[in-house]
Design a protein. Structure first.
Length: 379
């Protein structure tokens, strides 16, 4: 963008992660003109490239919550989209394993929740049935989810980008939003900073800035602070595991506070990795997040993994990467739902803020996009 340029566009999406791109595609499919502005020089460099790449079935979330509804709907849309667009993925299934009587009660409750959430293809297995599927697993019983899968998240985002551009949408990289205002006459004026400052006038905005969605919302004059939630950041680290994969399905323990427990995921080449754990951060400034993986955390990983994979060899784990969850609830509080705030919530026509889009945001992204556009069009 040239300095001091002013652009008029119908819809502006802030952030080119999986969710922002899916929102942009949803807008473009409805015939809206869309510009995505991304602070960095590439798409998908935020949380969308720092996650487990798991297509979640929709088991864990309170029935009727956005996380439940958008995960189940998003997962169904996502499998169809990946197949149609030729994006690498595999419906490999997963086992949630119980290794104690208390965890058996937990997975029985998850089974019931999954049925209330209308998640397909779930089954409670005895230890013998689980061992027949996964000979290396250690458990007293397990919950099988056949709908769970893995996806090449970058391939998915490239497919979204391709579809968006085919529909006439545009993406501006190195284009950080630095401020803006809701105009009294309707619409918005948004400032783009960086090396090529510009101003964008638009009718609608989807704020999909991930960890920075709160900071972006705070710069929009006219949006009452009461509609901007506090954010807590929780880092999750991963360790890779050398050697041949010992499992063909994903293996999850019973969930823990703040996350799903240190689980085994496989990438599409079959490589094993474990994580993410939950490390609550003192600062909620995304710029302060140190994504390096602390080797010392491996001790707690060995202990957690050996509960369900006793044969994990010493020295097999190596620090891999980490991600950071934008949480709307802190330690000791019940897990919060996604917040997708449209005009009905904050009173500003054309504005949708996406807050707390942690897991299963990747799975849910296509459904989040549809939902966000519904809010814009309804408002
Ligand atoms: C450890 C971890 C594991 C997870 N595992 C899974 C999983 O297995 N399955 C699943 O479904 N979900 C998972 N998730 C959740 C999923 O990764 C996220 O919900 C999803 O990637 C969020 O996408 P996004 O587009 O909202 O955010 P992001 O990918 O973070 O994108 C936001 C974008 O906004 C840009 N931005 C920020 N500020 C500005 C600004 N001022 N101007 C312009 N652009 C800006 C950023 O540069 C970034 O590119 C996991 C999350 C974490 C942290």
């Amino acid at each position: 963008m040239a300095a001091a340029e002013v652009y008029d566009i119908d819809c502006l999406v802030i952030g080119a992660g999986a969710v922002g791109l899916a929102c942009a595609v949803a807008l473009a499919r409805r015939g809206r003109e869309v510009l995505v502005v991304e602070a960095t020089g590439v798409i998908g460099s935020g949380t969308s490239s720092r996650n487990s790449e798991v297509i979640h079935a929709g088991i864990y979330y309170p029935t009727g919550s956005l996380r439940h509804r958008l995960c189940v709907a998003g997962r169904r849309k996502l499998y169809a989209y990946l197949a149609k667009r030729g994006v690498a993925h595999r419906k490999c299934g997963k086992l949630i394993v119980a290794t104690s009587a208390a965890e058996e009660t937990q997975i029985a409750a998850l089974h019931q929740r999954a049925s209330q959430n209308e998640v397909e293809s779930m089954a409670l297995l005895t230890a013998a049935e689980a061992l027949a599927l996964e000979p290396n697993v250690n458990c007293v019983s397990a919950l099988l989810s056949a709908e769970t899968g893995i996806v090449d998240s970058h391939g998915y985002m490239l497919a979204l980008r391709g579809e968006l551009e085919d529909l006439g949408g545009m993406i501006a990289l190195n284009a950080p939003v630095s401020g803006g205002r809701a105009l009294p006459s309707g619409g918005f004026e948004i400032e783009i900073g960086g090396a090529s400052p510009a101003r964008v006038r638009c009718n609608a905005i989807v704020n999909s800035a991930g960890l920075s969605a709160r900071a972006v919302a705070r710069t929009i004059e006219g949006l009452d602070d009461a509609h901007i939630p506090e954010l807590v950041l929780a880092k999750g680290s991963y360790f890779g595991c050398s050697g041949r994969a010992a499992f063909t399905r994903l293996i999850y323990p019973a969930p823990v506070e703040g996350g799903l427990g240190v689980h085994l995921t496989l990438d599409l080449t079959g490589r094993m990795r474990f994580g993410p754990d939950v490390e609550w951060l003192a600062s909620n400034d995304p710029a302060q997040v140190d994504y390096r993986v602390d080797t010392a955390r491996s001790q707690s990983f060995y202990a957690a993994i050996r509960r369900y994979w006793a044969a994990l060899p010493d020295g097999a784990l190596a620090p891999d990467y980490s991600g950071c969850r934008p949480k709307l609830s802190g330690l000791g509080q019940p897990a919060a739902d996604f917040r997708i705030d449209g005009p009905e919530t904050h009173g500003i026509t054309g504005l949708v803020n996406l807050f707390g889009i942690e897991s299963p945001g990747l799975t849910a992204s296509l459904a989040i996009g549809e939902h966000a556009v519904d809010l814009i069009e309804r408002g």
